[in-house]
Design a protein around this ligand. Sequence first.
Ligand code: MRU
Length: 346
Amino acid sequence: MRTIEWKNDMKNGTITLIDQTLLPGEYKIIECKTVSALCEAIASLRIRGAPALGAAGGYGVALAAHTSTTTSFEQFMRDLHVAAETIKQTRPTAINLAWGVDRVIAAVRESSTSRIDEARRIALCEAVAIAEEDVQRNKRLSRHGAALFEDGDTVLTHCNAGRLACVDVGTAIGVIRAAVEAGKEISVISCETRPLNQGSRITTWELMQDKIPVTLIADSAAGSMMREGLIDKVIVGADRITRDAVFNKIGTYTHSVLAKEHDIPFYVAAPISTFDPARLEHDVVIEERDPDELRRINGVMLAPAGAVVYNPAFDATPIRNVTAVITEDGVMYPAQPDWWSRIPTS
Ligand code: MRU
């Protein structure tokens, strides 16, 4: 099963997705039959990870097209735009979500159709294309990245940039898997990734399923492990890459500084859809999440009720801390003055 799929049903079509909030305890597929159900799933991280959110955005617009009940084409397009804005606002940092939404809206608009049934078909075709491309791009990216890893490497990763963060395959974990498939022995250090534990719950689970050796650590153990020479490389995914910074799960910046201090290569794996040529670091909104994610876990209090909390979901790593960015078009080195010129601008 892919992380997210479209299922044709008797009525309007349904988005099915793996509910990642339940992993690793339960593997459950849920159905989103309305845009508001999809928005709830995105906001509560049932579906998460930048490339998966790109697919969710695309399928979300297709769902809006299929559930709009109007017979007026003008009203139909208005319905699509309202849905598009609602979906985009669920999570602001990963650029892929808005990218997926905008791509499907553009496909409908550029078709110049004024027939609702035709617009529905076009929207769904484009959403399916986004999902299919994600799988193919991640396979290419993984092959490019695998060459950077050596037999015997121990690799630290943060959060989850595996197949569950994408439609399939994964980015950072896709690279590790491709290196293993190429015959290299790689072991992984998976940071737990507080507060929502995508590292312990999802990355560790994915790697164990793949039978790739993985050791779970508390986020705060990374520094001393690097100092003791226990980490050879770091690889993470990205939610957005501007010319000057990589946005990824909170804690990524800390790992990048530690890696620099200990002369450890720091790699970022992301498809071109994650690049944002229009913005710089300070233009990007970092999502702040519910304080209760830090105050309690499964109903158990971890802090006094009402404790003041700051809970940003992402941070920015200056591009100078990044050794290489691995994309489906090859490996790019930010230390090279012209590296950004290889990024498509549209
Ligand atoms: O809050 P999340 O779980 O959506 O955050 C996900 C990450 O930060 C991933 O590292 C990133 O999206 C890259 S996924 C290939």
